[in-house]
Design a protein around this ligand. Structure first.
Ligand SMILES: [Zn+2]
Ligand SMILES: [Zn+2]
Length: 133
C-alpha cells in the first residue's frame, strides 16, 4: 500500500463530503476503497496531511477530533452542548471582529475554524417549557 494513494483517498473523501469526519469514520470509508489499508496507515496519513496544512483538525465537542479539508471555504461553527447540533457561521459574519482585533493588537490571525459552544434555540425553548421545580 503506497502512502500516496492513502493521502489521495483521504483528500478525495474530505473534498467530496465537504464535512467533518473523525479519524475512525475516515478509516472506515477508506477501507471500503482500499481493503488492505490498516488503521495506523490512515492515522499517520492524517497526521502528515495536518502538518502539511492540507487538512485541519478541530474539537467540536463530540469527544473525537474531526478532520476537514483546508481548501473548503473558511467558516466557523456554533455547537449546542446540550443536543450536539451544529450550525455553520460564514467567515464574513466573524471577519469584522478579526479585523478589529488585528487592528487593535497588531496580530495577524491565522485561526480559520472557530468552534463556539453554547445552547441552541430549541434546547433553550425546552428549558423554558420545563422549569426546574
Ligand atoms: Zn468546519
Ligand atoms: Zn440543542
Amino acid at each position: 500500500m503506497r502512502a500516496s494513494s492513502v493521502n489521495t483517498a483521504i483528500l478525495e473523501l474530505l473534498g467530496q463530503e465537504h464535512t467533518h469526519l473523525t479519524a475512525q469514520a475516515i478509516y472506515e470509508n477508506i477501507r471500503e476503497r482500499l481493503p488492505a489499508v490498516n488503521p495506523s496507515t490512515v492515522y499517520r496519513a492524517l497526521e502528515r496531511l495536518t502538518h502539511a496544512g492540507k487538512i485541519s483538525v478541530s474539537d467540536m465537542g463530540s469527544g473525537a477530533a474531526v478532520f476537514e479539508l483546508v481548501s473548503n471555504k473558511p467558516h466557523h461553527h456554533l455547537v449546542c452542548q446540550n443536543c450536539g447540533k451544529t450550525m455553520v457561521l460564514p467567515h464574513q459574519s466573524v471577519a469584522p471582529y478579526f479585523d478589529a482585533i488585528q487592528a487593535a493588537t497588531g496580530y495577524k490571525i491565522y485561526t480559520n475554524h472557530l468552534i463556539l459552544f453554547g445552547c441552541c434555540p430549541d434546547c433553550l425553548a425546552l428549558e423554558k417549557a420545563q422549569p426546574e421545580e
